[in-house]
Design a protein around this ligand. Sequence first.
Ligand code: UDX
Ligand code: ADP
Length: 463
Amino acid sequence: MKITKICCIGAGYVGGPTMAVIAQKCPDIQVTVVDLNEQRIADWNDPNPENIPIYEPGLSEIVSEARGRNLFFSTDVDKAIDEAQMIFISVNTPTKTYGKGKGMAADLKYIELCARQIARVAKQNKIVVEKSTLPVRTAEAIKSILENTGNGVQFQILSNPEFLAEGTAVTDLLNPDRILIGGDTTSEGQKAIQALVDVYANWVSKDRILTTNVWSSELSKLTANAFLAQRISSINAMSELCEKTEANVSEVARAIGMDSRIGAKFLKASVGFGGSCFQKDILNLVYIAKSYGLNEVADYWEQVIIMNDHQKRRFSNKIVQTLYNTVADKKIAFLGWAFKKDTNDTRESAAIYVADDLINEQAKISVYDPKVTRNKMISDLDYLETRNNQENSSYLETLDNAYDACKDAHAVAVLTEWDEFTTYDWKRIYDSMHKPAFVFDGRNILDAKKLEAIGFIYQGIGS
Ligand code: UDX
Ligand code: ADP
């Protein structure tokens, strides 16, 4: 079966970039991305491609090339479902905030709504592709909804998890390590898998396209994220030990990273991992393990989260302790709010938790982030429900450049590894600050020796 029309439900950090690249690489396929959020679709359709709602290096260029040609953004979900032979589900699956599994299980209400909508609208056979990261065996629920509420048409369900990382989404999509496609072992299932393989084969070599059964594919995504997060928590655990022993965590990471069995990536000690995936997926894995009665498995993975929470808290504690055990009324400048560089996404960013801790100590936080808006920062704090919107607004100041953010501050805390922070005139920043002036480098990106020569008291992670 040759696919000529694709629909993607969900125009977020996954759906948007993924569909833009599919459209760019497959000019014969019409790709329509739909979302319930009207503002989001309006932003994707903004005549100026620089104003699209998601910041990713290289994305606006691809959108401007394909949009209007074979890439469309729309709020007409029914029409897009009806026309497409293949439907990607890329809606969000946040951690449940209510009921059974609260704080752990993935909330599948948006997925279920999509499945019901597809079932209601579809008048011809469709291939439904799970793109969102989902708990293992979600395809079973989707299948059951489609088959029991549909119009008697046939559905094939594939799992095709997205491995792109934010900030590098476009290059990850253009040169993926692998594409994973899980489907039914029946001949219909195999045909559906082949249809999706053919889409990717437009730009990905066949030896990088891996096909499995649906459950392996669903579980592989959770496993990949759990392993990656575990590496960060492992090196972060070592960072604390380094600080006690005069070892240097960057040196340790380099030494072990050169062991080809361990490998060099994902060994950067930091103030803690953030992002929409790692915490959510591990909590979900823990919940699934528990629900099968596998308590040791659950405890093992939960420790990755416990370590990450500890690392964030340890960082804010260190700031308070170093500033003579009181930060009340002191201005602390934050460089960066996003969970990593080159994205405007702040979900689960360590900066939010560090700010919350410091505001509890009545510090004034003054933030500069190149891509995150003030509204987003305040709403991130509001979401924690530690204090109300007015209080958060009064404690959090935002500036459009780092020099103003740091002026009169007692300390600078680096929360995101934006490249531009390494290029600043740090002498100028030092001169404008209270003395002694401290730098807490939560990303180990600044040159400690250079800062110390200027007069700063520098503290990184793990040294
Ligand atoms: C992650 C996975 O990498 C991706 O494959 C999956 O599909 C979604 O989740 P993402 O959350 O976009 O992607 O970012 P990633 O680059 O993995 O970073 C996650 C967090 O870990 C960031 O806060 C980052 O700063 C932190 N990190 C990463 C470290 O602290 N140290 C490292 O060595 C690497
Ligand atoms: P991700 O990082 O997984 O892409 P986002 O939150 O950025 O997550 O994007 C998910 C998008 O899915 C949101 O824009 C949301 O409005 C959209 N969405 C959720 N449920 C539905 C639905 N039933 N129909 C259409 N769009 C939906």
